[in-house]
Write a new protein. Structure first.
Lengths: 113, 110
């Protein structure tokens, strides 16, 4: 089965630093998403991305967050100035068509110290 | 989107059939029901999706009554490896995002 690949699997950073989380969605997929999951809590939607622009975003996705598809294969989530509360598992997902099932990556565990 | 309610946790012995029921009283005509599975430290994985009646695949069955106000995920003959969190989601065709609730934590014991 095709996979969504995320790197790194773990990222440790100091508060206030910028981090970039990387994802390689499934090659023929057109819709891309970021979700996050704080330890012990539910999976939360952050942003969806289609046709090189944000389709929807949640309240969590404030000005500190940005997404980019810099080339034909990567999809990145940037957090400009990390806060302690940004510590979470970040999942990238992709789907072929709008409303189709999502394929999730294995996640990047972000720890902000 | 319709809010979903499902049990917080369930226990089962290996080899038993497990049924997890989800209620979604405010489901709309255009909504469909989707179930995902999540193992610790992994992303959610799609299990099954349906609109009405019964859907079956190699992993599970999904039963949806005529009023569509609830649905039941059926896992036949569970094994230890089926221990996971199972999420019931109601999604509108063509609409994103998927909104996850707290899910049902299934523990399978030998």
């Amino acid at each position: 089965e095709p996979e969504v690949t995320q790197t790194p699997s773990h990222q440790v950073t100091q508060m206030g630093q910028e981090v970039i989380l990387r994802c390689v969605p499934i090659s023929n997929h057109l819709y891309f998403y970021w979700y996050r999951q704080i330890l012990g809590q539910k999976v939360e939607f952050l942003v969806s991305f289609y046709n090189n622009e944000i389709s929807e975003k949640s309240e969590i996705f404030d000005d500190q967050f940005s997404v980019e598809r810099p080339d034909g294969s990567n999809f990145t989530l940037k957090i400009r100035s990390t806060k302690l509360e940004d510590s979470a598992m970040y999942f990238c997902a992709s789907s072929g068509m709008r409303g189709e099932k999502l394929f999730f990556g294995s996640g990047t565990q972000l720890s902000v110290l | 989107l319709a809010k979903t309610t499902q049990p917080i946790s369930m226990d089962s012995y290996e080899g038993q059939e497990v049924n997890i029921t989800c209620s979604h009283n405010n489901i709309a005509t255009n909504d469909y029901i989707t179930w995902y599975q999540q193992f610790p430290s992994q992303g959610p994985r799609f299990i099954i999706q349906g609109y009405k009646t019964k859907v079956t695949n190699e992993v599970a069955s999904l039963f949806i009554p005529a009023d569509r106000k609830s649905s039941t995920l059926s896992l036949p003959r569970v094994s230890l490896s089926d221990t996971a969190v199972y999420y019931c989601l109601v999604a509108r065709s063509g609409n994103t995002p998927l909104v996850f609730g707290k899910g049902t934590r299934l523990s399978v014991i030998a």
